[in-house]
Design a protein around this ligand. Structure first.
Ligand code: SF4
Ligand code: SF4
Length: 298
């Protein structure tokens, strides 16, 4: 752990920022909780990728990791510090999504964020681990069924932009009045992909990216002012310009609420403006175009 962690937290809090800490939980003790409170940490995020030690430790490839998270959740709860739980899923643990969600609730988490892994490279190993396109849709449908009846824990899928298509579609089909609850402590929640729109990433060297899953940076804030990069970078401006989106996403009636994952498009198609590879929806314009093309050929 960085020795100046809480100095940074104090600095941010004094600047009026909402400071949060992400941890694997192993170092969370009552003493650390006291320092978190002193620095006015607004939220702690823990990673929990399975409802049993076997599943979580296998996912993390670290024996004892599960016990560390459970202990941390109990310690934070005892000290009255709010925490949320992030859970990442691939084929390896996708059958335990419901179990992980229920454990997050039992532990007293304020929120549970289900995260479908975003590949950061095109390696075959990672690609073969990713949840299948059709399963993806089923998992998002499951999430909606949980969320629509949930009054307790806040929940949302992270970096699964097509949930912003699935949820309204399902609500409409079921005649349900579905209102997303506000997650006031974190960004997003109102739109699918928000890279370069309401978030970005500055790494520890000062490199700026649309989000943490993008390969390349658009510049370094130590050399170019942040404002200039944010407003003038080609990549950032393209991501905000929906007329430049390609493939099905470019034709989709849900584009402005979803947008597809640009990092996934980049990893799979080598083009961050290409269509989201893990969405099986056929937009109306695409359908019409395909019908017209088929009629012309026939
Ligand atoms: S086609 Fe693209 S914009 Fe439309 S719902 Fe799928 S991912 Fe979202
Ligand atoms: S590109 Fe968008 S949806 Fe994909 S990981 Fe980044 S912020 Fe999330």
């Amino acid at each position: 752990m960085r020795p100046d962690l809480f100095d940074i937290a104090h600095y941010g809090t004094n600047k009026g920022l909402r400071m949060c800490i992400a941890t694997n939980g192993t170092l969370v003790t009552d003493e650390i909780c006291a320092k978190m409170k002193e620095a006015d940490i607004k939220m702690v995020s823990l990673s929990l990728d399975g409802s049993t030690a076997e599943i979580h430790d296998n996912f993390r490839q670290c024996e004892g990791a599960f016990d560390g998270v459970i202990r941390a959740a109990e310690t934070l709860r005892r000290n009255g510090i709010k925490f949320l739980i992030n859970s990442s899923f691939t084929k390896r643990n996708q059958n335990d999504i419901a179990g992980t969600f229920h454990l997050a609730k039992e532990l007293g988490a304020t929120a549970w964020y289900m995260f479908m892994i975003v590949p950061t490279g095109r390696g075959e190993e990672i690609m073969s681990e990713l949840v299948d396109k059709d399963d993806y849709e089923d998992i998002l449908a499951w999430h909606f069924e949980q969320e629509k009846n949930e009054d307790d824990i806040l929940m949302r899928p992270t970096c699964a932009p097509h949930y912003y298509r699935v949820a309204p579609q399902m609500a409409k089909a079921q005649g349900v009045d579905y209102q997303r609850r506000s997650l006031s402590f974190s960004t997003g929640g109102g739109k699918g992909c928000i890279a370069a729109q309401s978030i970005c990433l500055i790494d520890c060297f000062g490199n700026l990216k649309p989000c943490s899953y993008f390969h390349s940076s658009v510049g370094n804030i130590k050399q170019t002012p942040f404002k200039e990069l944010w407003f003038n970078s080609k990549v950032f401006n393209e991501l905000r310009d929906f007329s430049k989106y390609k493939g099905k996403c470019g034709e989709c009636e849900f584009l402005n609420v979803c947008g597809g994952c640009r990092a996934r498009a980049d990893a799979v198609h080598g083009d961050y403006m290409a269509e989201e590879p893990f969405c099986n929806y056929i937009p109306m314009r695409t359908r019409k175009r395909l019908e017209q093309e088929a009629a012309q050929q026939g």
